[in-house]
Design a protein around this ligand. Structure first.
Ligand code: SF4
Length: 492
C-alpha cells in the first residue's frame, strides 16, 4: 500500500485503497474501518485469512476452532490456501493484486491471485423456505424505509428476494445507497436483517442459515411439495382410512379421488367440489388468496374452499381429511345426512399420515447467495490484459473462489459469480462508503497459465512468506480451490 503524506494534512496519511482516498490521523481508522494509521503506517485492520482445506465445515476465524499457528507447510493432510479475506484492495485498478501467491501443489507450480474486490455491481439472492405469503412478485423490499430490492419469482417451496444491485447502490438517494450497502454487508456476514415487504408491509427477519421470522413468527418447516405432489407421495397412506383427502396449497391444491394417484389406487369418486380453477384432474389452482394460513393460502377454515358435494355421488358418512402441505394443519370431517362436512375427532391412522408429511418436510432456513461481477481492480490486478483472464476462466484454466468457497461462474460474458455466504469464512465482507461492498475473490491457476495470460509474475511470492504472524487460520470447507478437478488440464 502506498503511504502518502499531504502538505495540507501533515499529521495524516492518505489511504489509496479505494476511490474515497481518506486522510487518516495517527491512531485512527479510515471511513470503512478496514485501514488505519498506526505510527504513520497504513495498515489493514483485519488479518489476512488462511484456509486449512479439510473435509470439515467452515468455522469462525482461528482462535475459535484451532490451536496451532500455521508454519507454512502442509498440516495434518490438509493444505493451506491464502484467501482474499483481509488481503486488502487496490486502487486505481492497474496495480497488481495485494497478494500473488506461488505454491507447489502436488508437483504443480500454482499461483493464486488474491484481492478484496470493491463491488458497486453486486447484490444477494435470498431463498426463504416458506409457503407463507410474504408479498407479491415485484413487491419492493425496504430496510429502514429505504428500498433495497424486490420479491422475485417463487421457487419450489421457497420465496425469493433479489436485493441490492447497482440501481439501489448508486441509482437512488444517498440514504438508499448507504442502507442498501449496510443491509447487504450484514446479510453476507450472516447477520440478521429486518425488512418490510410490499404495500401490506410483511415484516421479515432474514439471516443466512437461520429460519425466517415472518411477522414475528419463526417458520419451522419447508413444505414437502405442492398439494398435487403431496397427494402423489402419500396416497397409499390414506387408502382405506379416508374416502377423500384434500391437500390445501396456495399454488396447486390436490384432491385424492380425482388425482391420477387416487384413480390408480382404485379410489371412487366422492362428488367433492372445490373453488378455484381446475388444471388437470385432481389439481386445482387459486382455491383461495395467498396468505399466512393453510398451505400458504389466507384460509384458517379449510371448509371455505369447498362447494357443496354432488348429491348424486356423495354419501352420508363419507370420511374427509383436509391437510396442509407441511402436515402442520389438518382436520377430519364426516358428511351428515345433508352431505355437509361435520368435524369429528381424527382417527389415529390419519394423524400418523399427517406426521409423516411433517417428518418429510425439511427445516425452513434462509439462504443468502452473494452475486457480483469481477470489475476493474480484480481483473487488472491479475493481468495487464484483463480479457485473457476472462477467457482463462471460461477455459477452466483459472478457478475462481470467494474466501476459498466454490463460486458458480455464470455463462456468457464477464466473470459473474454467485457464492453461498455460509461456505465462506465468517465476516468475509466489508464496505467502502462510495458505497460498495468489499468481498474476497481468488483466482487460482498453474504458473505457466498465469505467465501465458500476461500475469504480474514478478510480484509472485511463496505462500510460506505470506504466512506472517498476524494472519488468521480458518478450517476450510470441503471445497479445495487448488484441486485438479477444478481445471481442464486436471482431467487429463
Ligand atoms: S474508505 Fe477505507 S479503503 Fe477507502 S480510502 Fe478510506 S480507509 Fe481506505
Amino acid at each position: 500500500m502506498t503511504k502518502r503524506f499531504d502538505k495540507t494534512h501533515p499529521e495524516k496519511i492518505r489511504c489509496d485503497a479505494c476511490p474515497v482516498m481518506c486522510y487518516i490521523s495517527e491512531g485512527r481508522a479510515g471511513a470503512c474501518d478496514r485501514y488505519a494509521n498506526e505510527g504513520g503506517e497504513l495498515i489493514r485492520l483485519d488479518p489476512l485469512t488462511i484456509l486449512d482445506v479439510t473435509d470439515q465445515a467452515v468455522v469462525p476465524f482461528l482462535g475459535e476452532g484451532s490451536t496451532e499457528d500455521w508454519d507454512g507447510d502442509i498440516v495434518g493432510g490438509s493444505r493451506p490456501f491464502v484467501t482474499a479475506v483481509g488481503a486488502g484492495t487496490t486502487y486505481p485498478d492497474y496495480k497488481p493484486a495485494p497478494f500473488i501467491v506461488s505454491q507447489d501443489v502436488d508437483g504443480v507450480d500454482m499461483i493464486t491471485v488474491v484481492t478484496e474486490g470493491i463491488f458497486s455491481y453486486c447484490g444477494v439472492k435470498v431463498k426463504i423456505d416458506t409457503d407463507r405469503h410474504i408479498g407479491d412478485e415485484r413487491d419492493v423490499v425496504y430496510v429502514d424505509g429505504e428500498p433495497i430490492g424486490h420479491v422475485m419469482t417463487s421457487e419450489y417451496g421457497s420465496k425469493m428476494l433479489s436485493l441490492g444491485g447497482v440501481e439501489h447502490l448508486t441509482g437512488g438517494s444517498k440514504a438508499e445507497g448507504r442502507v442498501t450497502c449496510a443491509a447487504l454487508m450484514a446479510l453476507c456476514n450472516r447477520e440478521a436483517v429486518e425488512m418490510a415487504v410490499g404495500g401490506d408491509c410483511t415484516k421479515l427477519v432474514v439471516q443466512a442459515g437461520k429460519p425466517p421470522v415472518i411477522d414475528g413468527e419463526e417458520e419451522r418447516l419447508m413444505r414437502v411439495g405442492c398439494g398435487s405432489a403431496t397427494i402423489g407421495m402419500f396416497a397409499k397412506q390414506w387408502l382405506e382410512h379416508a374416502d377423500e383427502v384434500v391437500v390445501v396449497d396456495d399454488h396447486i391444491t390436490g384432491i385424492l379421488s380425482e388425482h391420477e394417484a387416487g384413480k390408480q389406487l382404485g379410489m371412487k369418486p366422492t362428488g367433492i367440489r372445490i373453488h378455484g380453477r381446475r388444471s388437470t384432474p385432481g389439481r386445482y389452482f387459486q382455491v383461495a388468496e395467498p396468505g399466512r394460513g393453510w398451505g400458504g393460502t389466507n384460509i384458517e377454515d379449510p371448509l371455505t374452499i369447498l362447494k357443496p358435494f354432488k348429491p348424486d355421488v356423495a354419501w352420508e358418512g363419507l370420511r374427509l381429511l383436509m391437510v396442509s402441505t407441511t402436515g402442520e394443519q389438518f382436520a377430519y370431517y364426516e358428511l351428515d345426512a345433508e352431505l355437509r362436512p361435520v368435524a369429528r375427532s381424527i382417527p389415529q391412522t390419519l394423524i400418523k399420515s399427517t406426521e409423516l408429511i411433517a417428518e418429510n418436510c425439511e427445516p425452513s432456513v434462509c439462504s443468502v447467495l452473494f452475486m457480483a461481477g469481477a470489475g476493474g481492480s480484480l481483473r487488472a490486478g491479475v493481468t495487464e490484459n484483463p480479457v485473457r483472464l476472462t477467457r482463462s476462466v471460461k477455459d477452466a484454466l483459472t478457478h475462481v473462489s470467494c474466501g476459498g468457497a466454490e463460486a458458480y461462474v455464470w455463462p456468457g460474458g464477464g466473470i459473474t459469480v454467485m457464492v453461498d455466504v455460509m461456505e465462506m469464512p465468517e465476516m468475509s465482507f466489508g464496505y467502502v462508503p462510495t458505497p460498495a461492498l468489499v468481498a474476497p475473490m481468488e483466482f487460482t491457476m498453474r504458473a505457466e497459465d498465469y505467465a501465458a495470460l500476461g500475469g504480474h509474475v514478478e510480484f509472485a511470492r511463496p505462500a510460506s512468506e505470506v504466512a506472517v504472524d498476524d494472519t488468521r487460520r480458518v478450517v476450510g470447507g470441503t471445497h479445495n480451490p487448488q484441486a485438479r478437478k477444478n481445471f481442464s488440464w486436471g482431467e487429463k
